[in-house]
Design a binder for this molecule. Structure first.
Ligand code: NAI
Length: 331
C-alpha cells in the first residue's frame, strides 16, 4: 500500500475549505488509490468551527483518510506536509483600503512561508488560493527561499475551467471536448482568457474554437468579460463567493501537477515567470503549462497577436503594481 501523503489546507474552516477537504479525503486531488492525512489550519476565532469540520470528516468514514490534524498552530499545521493548499487569508471588507488588505495578507504569507520552509517535507508543492493569489504566492516565495521557486504556484485553474465552461455552453457541447484555452496573468478581472489556440473534439477531428464559434465579436468581448467577471456574478447570485468550483479547480490543479497533463493538453497555472512571452521575470503570472513527473513547464512558441499582446501586458502591469504595493507593506 502507498504511504499517506500529508496535505495542508489553511483557512480550512472557511467556505472553500468546507468544500475542499472532503474532495481531498475522497481521492479527487491525488487519486483513488492514494491515502492522505489532512492537516487543517485556521485562526483561533474559527477553532471551534474547525473542530466541527474534523468531526464531520470522522463521521464521513473516508477509507483513504488516514488521519486529521486540526490546529491553530502554524508549525504543527506545516510539519511534514507534502502538499500545501493556502486558502486562508484576510478578506477585503467594506470601506477597507487596498493597501490595508494587502498589508494583512503580506504579513500572513510572510509568516506562513517561514513555517513551511522550516517544517514542510522536502519538495513540498504549494498552491495559493487566497486573494490576491498571485501576489500572496510571490510573498510566500520570497520568504521561503529554500523552497524551489518551481514549487510555488497560485490558482487560476478556476478561471481556466470557467472559460472551458463558457465555450461548451455556447456551442452546446460537452465541456470535456474543449481544451487548451489559456488564462494569462493575474487572478483578477485584468486576466486575459485567450481562446486563440483552443480546440474542440468533433466527429470530424479537432477544430479550432474560433472556427466553430464563428462569432469573433462574442469571443473578443462578451466571452472575455464573462470569464473575468464570473466571480462577481457568483457572489451576486449566491450572496457568497464561489466555493465548490474553487475547491474542485484546486483539486484539478494539484492532480495535473502531480500526476501529469494528458498528451496534447495544457492547463493554466500561476507560476514564477522566467520571462517567457516577454512577461516580466519575477512575477507570479498565469501561463499555459504542461506537467510531467511532478513538474510544470510553460508551453512555448504560441503565436500572440496584437490584441492578445496588449492584454498580456495590461495584466502584467497590474501584477507589477501589486508587487510594488506588497513590498511597500514590508517596510
Ligand atoms: P472564507 O472567509 O469563508 O474562509 C477563509 C478562512 O481563512 C476563514 O475560516 C478564516 O478564519 C481563515 N483565515 C484567516 N486568516 C488566516 C490565517 N492567517 N491562517 C489560517 N487561516 C486563516 O473565504 P473563502 O470563500 O473560503 O475564500 C478563501 C480565499 O480564497 C479568499 O481569499 C478568496 O478571495 C479566495 N478565492 C480564490 C479563488 C481563486 O480562484 N484563486 C476563487 C475563490 C476564492
Amino acid at each position: 500500500a502507498k504511504e499517506p501523503v500529508r496535505v495542508l489546507v489553511t483557512g480550512a474552516a472557511g467556505q472553500i475549505g468546507y468544500a475542499l477537504v472532503p474532495m481531498i479525503a475522497r481521492g479527487v486531488m491525488l487519486g483513488p488509490d492514494q491515502p492522505v492525512i489532512l492537516h487543517m489550519l485556521d485562526i483561533p476565532p474559527a477553532a471551534e468551527a474547525l473542530n466541527g469540520v474534523k468531526m464531520e470528516l470522522v463521521d464521513a468514514a473516508f477509507p483513504l483518510l488516514k488521519g486529521v490534524v486540526a490546529t491553530t498552530d502554524v508549525v504543527e499545521a506545516c510539519t511534514g506536509v507534502n502538499v500545501a493548499v493556502m486558502v486562508g487569508g484576510f478578506p477585503r471588507k467594506e470601506g477597507m483600503e487596498r493597501k490595508d488588505v494587502m498589508s494583512k495578507n503580506v504579513s500572513i504569507y510572510k509568516s506562513q512561508a517561514s513555517a513551511l520552509e522550516k517544517h514542510a517535507a522536502a519538495n513540498c508543492k504549494v498552491l495559493v488560493v487566497a486573494n490576491p493569489a498571485n501576489t500572496n504566492a510571490l510573498i510566500l516565495k520570497e520568504f521561503a527561499p529554500s523552497i524551489p521557486e518551481k514549487n510555488i504556484t497560485c490558482l487560476t485553474r478556476l478561471d481556466h475551467n470557467r472559460a472551458l465552461g463558457q465555450i461548451s455552453e455556447r456551442l452546446s457541447i460537452q465541456v470535456s471536448d474543449v481544451k487548451n484555452v489559456i488564462i494569462w496573468g493575474n487572478h483578477s478581472s485584468s486576466q486575459y482568457p485567450d481562446v486563440n489556440h483552443a480546440t474542440v473534439k468533433t466527429p470530424a477531428g479537432e477544430k479550432p474554437v474560433r472556427e466553430l464559434v464563428k462569432d469573433d465579436e462574442w469571443l473578443n468581448a462578451e466571452f472575455i468579460t464573462t470569464v473575468q467577471q464570473r466571480g462577481a456574478a457568483i457572489i451576486k447570485a449566491r450572496k457568497l463567493s464561489s466555493a465548490l468550483s474553487a475547491a474542485s479547480s484546486a483539486c484539478d490543479h494539484i492532480r495535473d501537477w502531480v500526476l501529469g497533463t494528458p498528451e496534447g493538453t495544457w492547463v493554466s497555472m500561476g507560476v514564477y515567470s522566467d520571462g517567457s512571452y516577454n512577461v516580466p521575470a519575477g512575477l507570479i503570472y498565469s501561463f499555459p503549462v504542461t506537467c510531467q513527473n511532478g513538474e510544470w513547464k510553460i508551453v512555448q512558441g504560441l503565436s500572440i497577436d496584437e490584441f492578445s499582446r496588449k492584454k498580456l501586458d495590461l495584466t502584467a502591469d497590474e501584477l507589477s503594481e501589486e508587487k510594488a504595493l506588497a513590498y511597500s507593506c514590508l517596510s
